[in-house]
Design a protein around this ligand. Structure first.
Ligand SMILES: [Zn+2]
Length: 132
């Protein structure tokens, strides 16, 4: 393999992460990554890249909880410290916000993780079988 071929075949993890986070194919950025809320397409309808190799598993919920927790908990503490609102006000702000943020972020985080797996050629994304 020549240096030119190696260069052509490079995969940018940053680009793949952004494309995945936009719920697009990490290879072309055009095809849809998901066919449902969290169900991935087996292959990209635009470029044909196989997407079923991902092994996101429970990483997306973990990172989603991590991110949402780092938004909601400081927000709750700041609001409590500044205005000391009644408990029902806290519940009516933070519970819906937590639910909305979690459900909105989860597919984006899963897409970003699949993009990274593709860029780093993890699992079957290297072109070789998952379990040779
Ligand atoms: Zn594609």
């Amino acid at each position: 393999m020549s240096a030119m071929e190696l260069q052509y075949d490079e995969r940018s993890w940053k680009q793949a992460l952004v494309r995945g986070a936009m719920k697009r194919c990490p290879a072309c950025g055009q095809g849809r990554l998901f066919s449902g809320f969290l169900t991935t397409n087996n292959a990209c309808a635009h470029c044909g890249t196989e997407l079923h190799h991902h092994r996101a598993d429970d990483a997306p919920p973990y990172f989603t909880m991590f991110i949402v927790g780092h938004i909601v908990v400081p927000g709750l503490l700041v609001v409590e410290k500044l205005w000391h609102p009644e408990l029902w006000i806290h519940f009516s702000i933070w519970l819906p916000l937590t639910l909305f943020l979690s459900l909105w972020l989860l597919p984006h985080v899963k897409g970003a993780l699949i993009g990274l797996q593709w860029a780093f050629r993890m699992h079957g994304f290297s072109g070789t079988a998952d379990h040779p």
